[in-house]
Design a binder for this molecule. Structure first.
Ligand SMILES: *Cc1c(COP(=O)(O)O)cnc(C)c1O
Length: 435
């Protein structure tokens, strides 16, 4: 393989230091490039659709900080809102007007959302929503789908074993077996497995949680009927349906996947886009349910920096800008343009590859046949193929997420020219890999 054309001595030097003081050199595991090999560029700054490393290399960026940056990096309106907020103080530990405004914006936009509570991450939002569902129903069991990621809380770090429905086994050391036992796993797109589980144990189930557009294990687009089945069966047995919209929310449509599918969950969780690049999560639903939270109800949940005014200002500026420019239509148009330009390049690739896209979320499927709808539909050989593509793109100054199972994101900062650069970089990478 061609040697890197990029100068990276400073990145290497800093990453060597990082490894001495940060486990794996990182603050979140996948940043370490473990799945693709090599050293991650250490990033110094970013603007629009471009990130720049400490050696001065500039990359066209489709990672978008893993989802939040739907307006691109350092958007002037978001930056201005942050600066204005910072000058008034960074945290008060008291009610503030911006959290109210952001909550009003969320509830006005997302179907069925009457009240929200803010957290500082998506993980906390999901963790708290699960606790609320358990508190409201007085039941313990959680149903989740194999391959869906809901953050790193104990009872959600559980994936599928084999078989239609299995008791969960933890995906991480440090998760007590007795916690994992409360999480029941079903495969995505498996209506029979889900029905069987609800028939057998429906009355013990507090909540069924799903990413309606699963985007953390490839992009596993679900059938409308499958999501409708979840809505129907949870209602029948008195369990709460949680849509984890941490990636999808305000990205695929103003009302997230709930709007796209026309299905209203009992609770929804948010993060990423609603924080405009600052640490924010939120969960919410009907008032009657949310009022079970402290201080009104018996379910405890809290946070020193929750509703932080600087983070709220960044989120609010982002959502206002999305609405004012009808971002979703522009992102869909950009996505369609990418579909069209990619088609001949994918067709000529020396291995099977297809492009899966929902709005501004995309994923390359490096295997033959229809795009998979469930996690075990992804062939590990596809991940091997991905390594070469990733390295080829990075050498051509195009950054995508360093894992075959991660999606990419378009932002409003991407232009037609950027798409052309991306497609050409892919084309020459594929040619190189086929040679
Ligand atoms: C990113 C993500 C989370 C976790 O959010 P963090 O802010 O990383 O804690 C939860 N659910 C989904 C669907 C996500 O994509």
């Amino acid at each position: 393989m061609t040697e890197s054309l990029l100068e990276n001595s400073k990145s290497i030097e800093i990453f060597e230091r990082a490894k001495k003081v940060l486990p794996g050199g990182v603050s979140s595991p996948v940043r370490a490039f473990g799945a693709v090999g090599g050293n991650p560029p250490v990033i110094e700054s970013a603007q629009g659709a471009r990130i720049r490393d400490v050696d001065g290399n500039e990359y066209l960026d489709f990672v978008g900080s893993w989802g939040p940056l739907i307006l691109g990096h350092a958007h002037p309106l978001v930056t201005a809102a942050i600066i204005e907020a910072v000058q008034k103080g960074t945290t008060f530990g008291a009610p503030n007007p911006i959290e109210v405004e952001l909550a009003e914006c969320l509830t006005a936009t997302y179907p069925g959302l009457e009240k929200v509570r803010f957290t500082s991450s998506g993980t906390e939002a999901v963790m708290s929503a699960i606790r609320l569902a358990r508190g409201v129903t007085g039941r313990d069991y959680v149903v989740k789908f194999a391959g869906c990621y809901h953050g790193h809380a104990d009872h959600l770090l559980v994936q599928a074993g084999s078989g239609l429905v299995t008791f969960g086994t933890p995906s991480s050391a440090g998760v007590p077996k007795c916690f994992a036992d409360k999480t029941l796993i079903v495969d995505l797109d498996d209506a029979d497995g889900f029905n069987a589980l609800m028939d057998a144990r429906g009355s013990e189930i507090a909540t069924v949680i799903i990413e309606p557009i699963p985007a953390n294990n490839g992009l596993l687009v679900q059938r409308q009927e499958f999501l409708e089945l979840l809505r129907k069966r949870t209602t029948e047995c008195g369990a709460l349906l949680i849509f984890d919209e941490v990636i999808n929310g305000f990205r695929v449509a103003p009302g997230g996947s709930a709007e796209l599918f026309g299905i209203t969950p009992d609770l929804a969780t948010f993060g990423k886009v609603i924080g405009g690049g600052l640490p924010v999560g939120a969960f919410g639903g009907k008032a009657i349910c949310m009022d079970q939270l402290a201080p009104l109800g018996p379910v405890y949940q809290a946070g020193t920096l929750s509703g932080n005014p600087v983070a709220m200002a960044a989120g609010l500026a982002t959502l206002k800008e999305l609405k004012s420019c009808n971002a979703w239509r522009r992102l869909e148009a950009l996505g369609q343009e990418l579909d069209e330009r990619l088609a001949p390049v994918l067709a000529a690739a020396p291995f099977p590859v297809s492009f899966v896209r929902v709005g501004s979320i995309f994923w390359f499927n490096y295997q033959a046949g229809e795009a998979p709808r469930r996690a075990d539909g992804i062939d590990p050989a596809a991940a091997e193929r991905f390594k070469g593509v990733f390295a080829g793109l990075l050498r051509r100054n195009v950054a995508i997420a360093p894992s075959a199972y991660e999606v990419g994101f378009l932002s409003l900062a991407h232009t037609s020219e950027d798409l052309e650069i991306f497609v050409q970089a892919l084309e020459s990478t594929y040619q190189e890999l086929g040679a």
